[in-house]
Every structure is written in C-alpha cells, then in structure tokens.
Ligand binder design. Structure first.
Ligand code: ZN
Length: 457
C-alpha cells in the first residue's frame, strides 16, 4: 500500500503559534537565569529538576574521580555565599547580587587582605566598564571575583575581608538525558551544555529550546527517528557521556549542538567534521530557504561539544547551530548576556528552524519512478493545475524534478538541492505522486526499532 500516512510530518511548523511559543520558552529562560550553575553541583541539579517539569528527563550521577577517556570527573563544586567587604563591613562585591561575581569553581577562601594582595584575584573588562566578565577555574585550584571595571576602580586602598563559602569535594557530575523513541533505532542527537551560571544566550537559549523541542517531539506519533536529548556540562559532560555510551553513540545518524540561539543575530551553522553529511545539508537547506542572511562555517576543533562528538574516534555527523557565533559578540561570557539579550521571537524562530531540519530528516527518502519511460501524463491524473499561482507552479515543477530524478539514486534532499526548490514543496510533490501510484519508496538503510514500521511496498 502506498499512502501519504507512511511519511511522517513532525507537525507543520506553520501550525505553531510563534508568539505564544516564544513567550513560553522565554519564561523558562527567566526561571533558570538566577541559578548558579557549574559543571557539577546543586545548581546543575536544580536546573535539571526545573527541566523535568517540562520533559521526563532521566538524571545520571557519575562519581568524582571516574576516568572518562583521558579525563577524570572532577570534584563537585557547591557555593552558598561569597563577598568582599570593606573596612566598614559593607559588601563591595556580592555574590547574592550576581553569581558571575565569583570565579566559577573557586576554592573556599576566608581571609582579610590589603587591596594590593586582593587585586590579582579581581577580574574586570576595561573596554566594557559596566559589564561583569564570566570566568572559571575548573581544573586548577584558584579563586577570584569578577566585577565591573567601574566598581573595581572605585575600590579604595585598605584591608578587605574576603569570603568564598564554597565546597570542592568528592561528589558527582550530573547530566540529564531523554530518549524519544521513533520507528527506527537510528538516532538524532540534540546536545546542549547547561553548565553556565546567569548567562542567557550562551547556555540557556539552547537548553530551553531543546527542552521545548523534546516536549514537542514527545507528543508526536510515528516519528521515523529516535531523538536523544542531552543536557550536560560542557566538554567534561560530552566526554563522560561518550565514554559511558561508546556503542550507543553508533546509533547517532544526525546531531546538533545547540547554543547561542536566542539573540537577535542571523543564524550561523558550523558543519560537522565530515562536512557534507545529511544533517549539514539539511540545516544549510533550511537556512538557505529562509531568505535571510546566515553564515556557514566549516568544522574546527574549537567551540562546544561538537569537538568531542567529532573527535576522530567517533567522527559523528554532529554540527553546531547558533545565531551569533560564540566568542564573536561582545556580550559573550559577560553579564550583558542577560534577559535583554535574548528575545522570545528569536527563541521561537530557532525552535521553528530546528523543527524544519527535523522535518527534512524525517521525510528525506529515496523513490523509484514507476513510469520512467518518458513523462507520465500528469493532466489526466489531475496533477496539472489549470489555474496559476506561484505555489502551484512550484509544485508542478517539483513533481517534474521528483519524477525525473527518482531513479533510486537521488533522495528528496538531493532533488531539493539540485532543483533549488524548497524541501517541503519537493516532499509535497512526492506525496502526491505516491498517492497517484507514480512512485515507490526504495528500501532505506535505517535500523528497525519496532515491528510496525508503517507500510512497505
Ligand atoms: Zn560559554
């Protein structure tokens, strides 16, 4: 049987209410913003617990000291309070006002010292005198405070009481994981680092959009692929996951690292190491057909967790989707990456684009023209419209392309790329042609997950 029901649609992007969706994602960003996250500790757990109210995440705990490839899971860091007080006992730097004020992973400190001794531990940005920088000291025992350059310059000479009420002890690294099972065991990976404290674009935009994508996919029937969502601490989290799931990782057929997708900038896509995999082509196709400026960068071994997924021992087809690219916008890793820097509209738009990518993956099939000797007569089948209209013309053109290239060698994405017609129009044309018994699907190489895999011809 050939019916339209065998092709999956991950719900039409056009059916979404972008304003409402944007507001909902933004509200989750607002909820998560105040939490002091790090690569381990209760801030990370608290973030996962909040996400669990949206999606049924499983939390995993990996003990400090566990070897994960060439790395070791670090001691767990927790912090209750931190401040620098002047001689009058006033908090001149106060962790309670902004969690970026403390160098993330600072060792505990309690002492009084003159400004000259304190000064090497204070970090500011002279070129952005009102912003607080974000600094970390994950893998070396150190401590420090970050503050605006203006505040730093106002500190008079004198003795200061320094307190960092933190602990750095054996504990666990936490991560959140969710698998949404589809018809096949082949997986699409969505990975986002969730370890930055109060930073919205770098970290929370990816985390929240991923959570909403997971919630949305969880409501879909008949997904072709299984979707694995990882909410992990950057670098050590993906290394840990890969070392515990070396075999499972082989099921990942397509993947995206999501970060910096909430700002007002244009999209940036960083290709997988392999560079021309289906995920690379699907993302580039979707971005090209938005009609907006965007940029595509080749893989480089610098950035986020795509570095680990694309390390030569795995070489997975995983790219990284961003709007403004990390490290290139002034607000990056500063207190200016705040709730004003991300917008509900950008978050909703990023959600829709990623869903568009999933739709390409779900529907990218290869067909065989059942009437390959000359063109079939479309008019007698009611497939040629007598009426005009741009979309009708495009659909007719798409049908001609699909019929011509469907010899078993070209997928619908190949046809979309070669014809310059948007994938969804190509897919719509293929569906019509199937309904009219002019195409049959070629067997795909995907791994069957369940007994009922829709209809096969
Ligand atoms: Zn970052």
């Amino acid at each position: 049987m050939t019916t339209a029901t065998t092709t999956t649609t991950v719900t039409d992007v056009a059916l979404l209410d972008p304003e409402r969706l944007g507001r909902e994602i933004y509200m989750l960003v607002e909820d998560l913003y105040p939490i002091c996250r790090s690569i381990t500790g209760d801030g990370f757990r608290q973030t996962m617990r909040r996400l669990k109210r949206e999606v049924p995440l499983s939390l995993y705990e990996v003990a400090s000291g566990t070897r994960v490839f060439d790395w070791t899971v670090p001691r767990e860091w927790n912090i209750r309070d931190a401040y620098v007080k002047n001689s009058r006992g006033e908090r001149v730097i106060d962790f309670r006002k902004h969690n970026l004020h403390v160098v993330n992973y600072s060792i505990p400190v309690r002492r009084t010292m003159p400004l000259a001794s304190l000064r090497p531990h204070l970090h500011s940005m002279p070129d952005r005198p009102d912003w607080i920088p974000y600094r970390t000291s994950y893998y070396k025992d150190d401590w420090g405070f970050c503050l605006s350059h203006r505040e730093l310059e106002q500190l008079p000479e004198g003795d200061y009481e320094v307190c960092i009420d933190s602990t750095l002890e054996n504990g666990h690294l936490t991560y959140g994981e969710l698998l949404i099972k589809g018809q096949t065991a082949d997986e699409v990976l969505i990975s986002c680092h969730s370890c930055h404290p109060s930073l919205c674009n770098d970290n929370l935009s990816g985390v929240t959009v991923a959570a909403f994508l997971a919630r949305h996919l969880g409501q879909q029937q008949d997904l072709r692929y299984s979707y694995r969502f990882l909410f992990i601490p950057g670098t050590i989290g993906s290394i840990t996951w890969l070392s515990r799931n070396e075999e499972r990782a082989q099921a990942i057929k397509h993947g995206l690292v999501l970060t910096c997708i909430g700002d007002r900038g244009n999209f940036t896509y960083k290709r997988s190491r392999r560079g021309n995999t289906e995920i690379d082509r699907a993302v580039e196709h979707i971005l090209k057909h938005t009609g907006h400026d965007h940029s595509v960068a080749d893989f480089s071994p610098y950035g986020y967790d795509e570095r680990q997924y694309c390390s030569p021992g795995f070489n997975l087809p995983v790219g990284c989707l961003m709007r403004s690219q990390h490290g290139t916008f002034p607000e990056y890793h500063t207190s200016a990456d705040n709730l004003d820097f991300v917008t509900p509209a950008s978050l909703a738009d990023s959600f829709a684009k990623i869903l568009g990518v999933f739709q390409v993956l779900e529907n990218n099939r290869t067909y065989m023209n059942l009437n390959p000797k000359c063109e079939p007569q479309l008019g007698t089948r009611g497939l040629y419209s007598v009426m005009g209209g741009t979309h009708i013309k495009q659909l007719e053109m798409a049908m001609l392309w699909v019929l011509n290239l469907s010899d078993g060698a070209f997928s619908l994405l190949d046809i979309a790329e070669r014809s310059g017609v948007a994938f969804d129009t190509i897919h719509q044309a293929a569906t019509l042609l199937r309904q009219n018994k002019l195409l049959r699907e070629c067997a795909s190489a995907t791994t069957v997950n369940k007994a009922s895999v829709g209809s096969k011809e």
